[in-house]
Design a protein around this ligand. Structure first.
Ligand code: ASP
Length: 443
């Protein structure tokens, strides 16, 4: 039988009512055999996320303060689900042991991982499914990246097609046998890894929206949702700040050609967004979406005859490497070259970087600008159409937004513009208004 990996996010598991919905969804399709769970999320606006409470417990203990209050909230959340669903999973003893471990100085990642662990224990009991602990199947290497042996080892743990498995998301094991988590939102990554390890036919990602939106709804009023999008588009959009799906979760399934379906646990009748490797020739919109991020810094050098100076670009880039600052973009022209980095990543190194540039490159002019935003207009369809760039710049000009950076990759998958932080929202609204409403019709 072809199997589906179904990953449920925090809001899909927030209380016993949500657990019921999950079971309903699983019963609708017998191929849904591998269930990956997040920690229970918020039940209502203003409530703390369980994972945040776990991090808080660790922080309080490190500072020698009492963690009783947040720990009580965590414990109650789990015990409430256990008792509502009459699971008798024996969680109170396990939670008591866990409490002791935190007080005795357990590692931060171990503590954070218990949100998913206990969520998985409850879900496996509820579904009468086998519980698979990621510490036995998801491995990190020395450098902290996923060890490829994971696919084989986890695949073997998930091999019985007649069984239903529950796998907690978000963590695995490091080379020393300690628990290590992915970055925040990492259960998406676990789900993708499980799908690949099990050679699943589909990776479902159940959340609380009916698919991905074409722009941030906090900026654009009621943006359209996407029904079909390519891996490449989604990778660009999520990397550029579109939330819902972790940007590192695309690679494992993309390499294996497994489609991803983003679905809404609260509206399971909606088809959601399907992410595929190849889009049909005719899609409904000119572009897939608009996403952006604030707070970048740009270092620009100008030097006459720069294009003739062998090794100039390498020396410029090496300065960033030596300061261990990763580079986001690198727009160039004949006599000038800029490097764009995330300001957070750069920290307080700006002055030292400037000094090194001055010393090693002897530029005619050197400038560092901060408080920049990057906005990406993304869509594979752009490669096939004339005039897309002109629409982007016309829209920005009409909105009186000054464009500081222009960057289009050779793939024509996106056009990236850099604007001042102050113009960020205005620019996104203008771009959305220009690029979205023109639907391509197939008749
Ligand atoms: N619970 C973790 C977080 O809040 C991981 C996840 O939900 O994907 O980041």
């Amino acid at each position: 039988m072809n199997r589906i990996v179904s990953k449920f996010g925090g809001s899909s598991l927030a209380d016993s009512g949500q657990f019921l919905k999950v079971r309903g969804i699983l019963e609708k399709d017998a191929r849904r055999r591998i269930i990956v769970v997040s920690a229970p999320g918020k039940r209502h606006v203003g409530e703390a996320k369980l994972t945040d409470l776990l991090y808080l417990c660790h922080e309080l203990v490190q500072k020698g303060l009492s963690m009783e209050e947040p720990f009580r909230l965590i414990q109650n959340r789990f015990l409430e689900i256990e008792s509502d669903l009459k699971l008798g999973a024996g969680l109170s003893e396990e939670l008591a042991t866990f409490r002791k471990q935190i007080l005795e100085g357990a590692e931060r990642d171990f503590i954070a991982s218990r949100g998913e662990y206990f969520s998985g224990r409850l879900m496996s009991r509820y579904l009468e499914a086998d519980f698979i602990d990621p510490k036995d199947g998801i491995f990190f290497d020395e450098a902290g990246s996923l060890d490829p042996k994971t696919y084989d080892r986890l695949g073997r743990l998930l091999k019985d097609e007649a069984k239903r498995y529950v796998l907690p998301g978000f963590y695995g094991v490091d080379v020393n046998g300690g628990i290590k988590t992915f970055s925040r939102g990492g259960s998406d990554v676990s789900g993708a890894i499980a799908a690949r390890a099990a050679k699943a036919e589909l990776y479902e990602n159940w959340t609380d929206v009916s698919g991905l939106l074409m722009a941030d709804p906090r900026i654009v009023n009621e943006p359209h949702s996407l029904d079909l999008v390519s891996y490449r588009e989604i990778r660009e959009l999520s990397y550029m700040g579109a939330s819902v799906f972790h940007d590192e979760a695309v690679a494992p399934v993309r390499e294996a050609g497994i489609p991803i379906n983003i679905r809404n646990t609260n509206r399971p009748e909606d088809a959601g967004t399907l992410i595929v490797s190849k889009l049909p020739d005719v899609t409904h919109y000119d572009i897939a979406g608009i996403a952006g991020k604030k707070n970048f810094s740009m270092f620009s050098v100008e030097k006459t005859m720069m294009n003739r100076e062998v090794g100039f670009a390498r020396r410029f880039l090496e300065i960033f490497e030596s300061h261990r600052v990763s580079i986001e973009h690198c727009p160039t022209s004949i006599d000038s070259m800029s490097v764009v980095v995330a300001s957070e990543e750069m920290g307080d190194k700006a002055e030292n970087i400037l000094e090194d540039i001055r010393r090693t490159l002897l530029p005619d002019h050197l400038e560092a600008e901060h408080e920049l935003s990057l906005i990406a207009v993304v869509g594979e369809g752009m490669a096939r159409q004339v005039g897309m760039a002109s629409r982007v710049f016309k829209a920005l000009a009409e909105a009186k937004v000054n464009v500081r950076i222009i960057d289009q990759g050779a793939s024509e998958l996106n056009i990236i513009v850099g604007v001042g932080n102050a113009d960020y929202q205005q620019a996104i609204r203008a771009l959305y208004a220009e690029m979205m409403p023109r639907q391509v019709t197939d008749n």
